[in-house]
Design a protein around this ligand. Structure first.
Ligand code: HEC
Length: 135
């Protein structure tokens, strides 16, 4: 069930049209489908950029859900209702349901903003599948 490979297939096909085999590899890497994803290098900057406005300090997201996304411990702790990330299992992780907008509009994240790109979401998905490590 490597859904992310399909989502990114468009990019890879562009590489195929572009003749050079090397180009195919490079395009595939843009989506980091099978690369080791790093919390500090990939995930944290993304959360900082797209989520921390509401999920840090006294932000609206922290107040309503208890979810503090300013650091690894906060993300893994989850909301006052429970965990959002199940290490190794992105399909059961509520975080991915919210980010993929497979939930009611009111709790799609980021709340009231543009959806994360499929490659950004795939980076998070891959990171969870790789064990959601503090790496
Ligand atoms: C504009 C403000 C805002 C931004 C930006 C935002 N959130 Fe939220 N978030 C909220 C609010 C408000 C809630 C509480 C929703 C509710 O329960 O009604 C929430 C709740 C959540 C929840 C818990 C939902 C639940 O079922 O209880 C998760 C998980 C979450 N946000 C993740 C994220 C992630 C990841 C990002 C960045 C990609 C993000 N949010 C960006 C405002 C925001």
């Amino acid at each position: 069930m490597n859904r992310y490979l399909f989502i990114c297939a468009g990019t890879v096909l562009l590489g195929v049209g572009g003749v050079v085999a090397d180009g195919v590899l490079k395009s595939a890497q843009v989506c980091a489908a099978e690369e080791q994803v790093s919390f500090k290098g990939d995930i944290q900057p993304l959360l900082k950029w797209r989520c921390s406005g509401c999920h840090e300090g006294t932000g609206e997201g922290v107040q309503k859900s208890g979810l503090d996304l300013s650091n690894y411990a906060g993300l893994m702790k989850g909301t006052k209702f429970g965990r959002m990330v199940i290490p190794g299992d992105p399909e059961s992780s509520n975080l991915m349901m919210l980010l993929d907008w497979r939930v009611a509009p009111a709790i799609r994240m980021p709340h009231g903003k543009k959806q994360l790109s499929s490659c950004d979401r795939d980076a998070i998905r891959t990171w969870i599948r790789q064990g959601a490590k503090d790496n």
